[in-house]
Write a protein that binds this ligand. Sequence first.
Ligand code: TMP
Length: 209
Amino acid sequence: MSRRRGRFLVLEGLDGAGTTTQSRLLAERLRREGRRVHLTAEPSGGPVGALIRQVLRGRVAGGGGEGFDPSALALLFAADRLDHHAAEIAPRLAEGADVISDRYTLSSLAYQSLTTGDPAWVERLNARAPAPDLTLFLRVRPAVAGRRRFAESGSRELYEVPAFQRRVARAYQRSLALLRRRGERVALVDGEGPVEAVAEAVHAAAIGA
Ligand code: TMP
C-alpha cells in the first residue's frame, strides 16, 4: 500500500525569533486538523546533535565554545543534518506524516557562512541534505529578537551576542536569496506581532505548501 508522502516544513530565524514556539503551535494546529505531524529540531536529538549542544553551551573546549574550531562545528552541523534526515525525517515523511523542523539547512547557510568565512564551502557541505517542501522564515529585527532572548534566559549560548546576530540577519537575507535561486520554496512571515497572530500567518503559509 502506498501512502501519500508527508510535507517537510522548516521554521527559521534569528535566536529569539520564535522558531521553537511557532514550530510547536503549528504542529498542534495541524494535528487538530487531523494530520499526523512529527515535530523535530536541529541540532537534532541524535548523537551528533548532542555533541553540538555541548559545544554551544561551552562544555567542549574553551569558555562559551570559542575554543572549538568553527569549521569543525560546520561539519558537525552538516553531519547532524544528514543523519537527522536519514534516521528521522525521511521515514516519517514516507509514512505519510508531515515533518516540522525547528531549523535546517538555512541555519547553516546563515550562521556557518559567517563563522567559517566560506559560504561556498558551507553550501557544498550541505548539498546532500534534501530540500524541504517549504522554509518559513520568521522576520524579527535583531534588537527585538535580542530583547526576547534576554527576557527568556540569563545565560548566553555561543551565538547569542547582539553584534553577531545583526550579521546573522544579513546572512539570512543572502541565504534566502540563494534558496530562491535554487528554486526552493520560501515564505517570509512577520514574526514581531503577538504569538497568536504570528501562528496564524505561519499556518496560512504552511497549508499553502
Ligand atoms: P536553537 O537555539 O534554535 O536550539 O539553535 C541552537 C543554535 O545553533 C542557534 O544559535 C542557531 C545555531 N545553529 C547553527 O549555527 N547552525 C545550524 O545549522 C543550526 C541548525 C543551528
